[in-house]
Design a protein around this ligand. Structure first.
Ligand code: AMP
Length: 241
């Protein structure tokens, strides 16, 4: 496995990799959710690259950029065990040259749900993913359904910029109690970690209502809100169907 930092090293190593080439962009602190994307890429591509980059432009001023968990050594040993060919760990200045920046901004789709709560978040995501696409020039790129709106926004960006890259969206990997795996779950103390299962219980409740014939989205949302509001540690930002 080649681990590189500089763009020039990345381009040189990438040229030696055979196609189809699969890219898995990550912010590191890897778990089974990330590794499921890597495994899917390995099964479909002749070579696979992973980026590890905690992208500052997708964090709001009051978000957790400096606190975001990191463990590069562990990440690299997990990726090496999967048989990944190439890992890029760029520096911030490598991806964002000094001076006035260029932004990639998908309109419309980014204005609601996550976008309404996190101003500028998706602009940071689409900008960094466009840069990663140009640096790696992958045949396919793999994203998780866990970040459903992000996956859709990236699909739209790829179509709209005429990028010759196939976007593959992989299923959510969950803990045994149903909580979606996430690097940020490490922030939760045991009590909060227990309370977080309310997300899965709320989704399950909506699923039961649906199976019982409910087809009104407002009623499904209300059903989920009832479950979420019964958990004292939970505060709802949005619920959507
Ligand atoms: P992140 O490191 O959080 O930026 O995530 C990198 C990629 O892994 C994104 O495409 C995420 O959607 C995906 N991902 C994160 N957690 C999971 C999960 N539990 N199941 C599937 N994909 C995931």
């Amino acid at each position: 496995m080649e681990v590189v930092k500089q763009l020039e090293q990345l381009r040189t190593t990438r040229r030696k990799c055979s196609d189809p080439f699969g890219l898995v962009p990550t912010m590191g602190y890897l778990h089974e959710g990330h590794l499921s994307l890597v495994r899917c890429a390995m099964s479909e591509c002749a070579s696979v690259g992973v980026s590890i980059f905690v992208n500052p432009t997708q964090f709001g001023p009051n978000e957790d950029l400096t606190a975001y968990p990191r463990d590069l050594e562990r990440d690299l040993s997990l990726l090496s065990a999967e048989g990944v060919d190439l890992v890029w760990i760029p520096e911030v200045e490598g991806l964002y040259p000094p001076g006035d920046p260029t932004w990639v901004d998908v309109e419309g789709l980014t204005e609601y749900l996550e976008g309404a709560k996190r101003s500028g978040h998706f602009r940071g995501v689409t900008t960094v993913v466009a840069k990663l696409f140009n640096a790696f020039q992958p045949t396919k790129a793999y994203f998780g359904q866990k970040d459903a709106q992000q996956a859709r926004v990236i699909q739209r960006m790829t179509e709209d910029l005429l990028l010759p890259i196939e976007i593959v969206i992989c299923p959510i990997v969950r803990e045994v109690d149903g909580l979606a795996m996430s690097s940020r779950n490490s922030y939760l103390n045991p009590e909060q970690r227990q309370a977080a299962t309310v997300l899965w219980r709320a989704l399950g409740h909506a699923g039961s209502l649906y199976d019982a014939g409910e087809r009104n989205a407002g009623n499904l949302r209300e059903g989920m809100l009832d479950v979420l509001n019964a958990e004292p540690l939970a505060r709802v930002q949005y619920v959507s169907v």
